[in-house]
Ligand binder design. Structure first.
Ligand SMILES: C[S@@+](CC[C@H](N)C(=O)[O-])C[C@H]1O[C@@H](n2cnc3c(N)ncnc32)[C@H](O)[C@@H]1O
Length: 240
């Protein structure tokens, strides 16, 4: 950040890495929902991950990181493959837009570090881009999320960090991981959806004909009734 202006670091780094002969395979957008609410620009809700390789012969394992299809079990209904799966039964390629919750105050992995990465984010990278027994290096280690993901999947981890207190936390977390008692958010847990959880409380502001009444109702109606009325009449119940 520079006086409220943002600096797109990945676009600055890309030509440097390219000129060093590295080859870019993906520019992944990691999207998350929580963080500072900005007043003078849209709130920042993504980070980019740049994946480069040194050569054209590189490791990429898709199967361990496949995700469920939206319409699983689809089959060809005509032609020579009729009846066969038209999708991969192991799941689909997760694509280059990853929606994974970031580590904020009520996240199970939260430590003293202000911007630690969720272990599940690194797990996806470790599983897809390395082989068992490989070394995984994180030169900005923080509280050790990378090493935790590495050792969890049979790799070896190494890193550097300049803040000693973060290193203490990293050591403690790695120790717990080795003992099998470190709690992390599982890779396959779906992202929280307030509507599915029947916890969607507000209609879109531009749909509320009487916003003050909407707020009054939200404050006065017990949670279980809000959930029921929301479910029964999504979008209009609070604006009558
Ligand atoms: C975004 S955080 C990384 C968080 C980490 N991925 C985790 O999950 O805990 C970047 C870290 O790099 C550290 N750092 C900054 N400059 C460094 C340097 N020159 N050498 C080593 N670590 C550095 C910071 O102290 C900070 O903890």
């Amino acid at each position: 950040m520079d006086k409220g202006a943002i600096v797109p670091l990945d676009t600055i780094l890309y030509p440097i890495f390219r000129d060093l002969g590295l080859r870019m395979r993906n520019r992944i957008i990691w999207h998350f929902e929580h963080g500072l609410h900005c007043k003078n620009r849209f709130s920042g809700r993504y980070e980019t991950i740049l994946w480069f390789t040194k050569a054209d012969d590189y490791v990429f394992n898709l199967d361990p990181v496949r995700v469920p299809q939206k319409y699983p079990g689809k089959k060809y209904f005509k032609g020579p493959k009729t009846g066969e799966y038209s999708c991969n039964p192991l799941g689909k390629n997760p694509g280059d837009l990853w929606i994974i919750p970031n580590v904020k105050s009520n996240h199970i992995e939260k430590t003293i570090h202000p911007c630690q990465f969720p272990v599940e984010l690194i797990e996806r990278l470790v599983l897809s881009l390395t082989r068992e027994d490989d070394w995984v290096c994180d030169p900005f280690l923080g509280v050790g999320s990378t090493i935790i993901a590495a050792i969890r999947h049979g790799r070896k981890g190494v890193g550097a960090e300049i803040v000693p207190t973060y290193l203490d936390v990293a050591r403690d977390r790695i120790e717990k991981e080795l003992q099998g008692i470190l709690k992390t958010r599982p890779m396959d847990r779906p992202v929280y959806d307030p509507i599915q959880a029947e916890n969607g409380l507000a209609v879109a502001p531009w749909k509320a004909q009487k916003p003050s009444l909407q707020i009054k109702l939200l404050d006065s109606v017990p949670m279980n009734i809000k959930r029921r009325t929301y479910r029964e009449n999504t979008g209009s119940v609070f604006a009558s």
